[in-house]
Each structure stands twice: as C-alpha cells, then as structure tokens.
Design a protein around this ligand. Structure first.
Ligand code: SF4
Length: 168
C-alpha cells in the first residue's frame, strides 16, 4: 500500500487505466491530473480529455483538468521541433508537464507524483524519470512500473503521441 497522497500525471485513458486500477487497490488518496497542452490539434485534445474523464467517472476516481495553453508549450520546446520522438523535445515536454504537476501537488496537499508518461511502447521510461528528477524540487517522485492494462476497455486510441511534430 502507498502511504503517499499521489498525483498521477496522465496523458490519456488507455495509458492510465492500468495505473488507475492499481492505485485504486493500493493507495487511499490519489488524483488523476490531465495536463496535456502538448496535444494538437484542439479537437484531438478534447477526444483524449473526454475519454479520460469518462473512465475516471466510471470507476469513481478523482481527477483534475489542467490548463490547455498550447502556445506556451510551443515556447517551451522552441528550437526542438525537428527532434525525433524520445529526443530532446520529449524531455522538454515531460519537464513542462512535471513542473505543472508539482505546483498542483503543492497547492492541493499532495506529497508525491507518479506518471504514466512512459507507459506507451513508443516512450522511454528512463527518459521520463530523468525529466521528473530534473524539475521536481519538494514533491517526491515515484518511478513506478505499472501493471499492464487489462485491455478490457473500449477506448478511443490515438495513433500518434500528441504534438504536431509527432503526427504521422
Ligand atoms: S512526441 Fe509526445 S512526448 Fe514528445 S514532445 Fe511530442 S507530445 Fe511531447
């Protein structure tokens, strides 16, 4: 059992369902944070957000939706647009989301952060963990390897990571 009050940083419902199921069994107090200003275009963002909310509500889990400021995110990855996936742009993207998560955790009484940003087979968990270590100052990071999703859910599944630079 986790003793921490955890903010779970989520990119989407398919990547987070396994972690959410695990935390429902092993953590008395956690919240799903959907803060993904990296997602483009806006209607794609809305689709992923709707799926996340639908899933959280179906299993009775708390969630919070962060701001969607794609222009601010673009400024944070400026100069890295042509980086490949798993390159420097992705590290900057992870740091952007973890900075927000830390402020959210601090402001709302949570004392730990975990994420599902490394769950996809297209992602590098070590890179996600390194980005968290770079930016988190006073909130503990939990580098958890989550249970695999059971695949029992019929989610909308995107075919690219999120930003315009990762679209196929
Ligand atoms: S490919 Fe994904 S992780 Fe990398 S910068 Fe784009 S949205 Fe962020």
């Amino acid at each position: 059992m986790y003793q921490n009050k955890i903010v779970l940083v989520s990119c989407c419902a398919p990547c987070s369902c396994g972690a959410i199921e695990q935390l429902r069994r092993e953590c008395a107090d956690f919240i799903v944070l959907f803060f993904n200003p990296n997602i483009y275009p806006r209607d794609e963002y809305q689709k992923r957000l709707s799926e996340q909310i639908k899933f959280c509500e179906s299993v009775g889990v708390k969630y919070h939706v962060g701001d969607y400021d794609h222009d601010k995110w673009l400024r944070d990855v400026a100069g890295l647009e042509s980086e490949p996936e798993r390159g420097l742009r992705c590290s900057a993207c992870f740091r952007h989301r973890f900075r927000y998560a830390e402020k959210f955790a601090r402001d709302n009484g949570y004392n730990a952060i975990a994420s599902v940003l490394g769950v996809s087979r297209h992602k590098n968990q070590a890179q996600v963990d390194a980005a968290a270590a770079d930016v988190l100052v006073d909130i503990k990071y939990l580098p958890v390897k989550w249970d695999a999703s059971t695949g029992q859910y019929d989610f909308y599944r995107q075919n690219y990571c999120g930003c315009e630079f990762s679209r196929l």
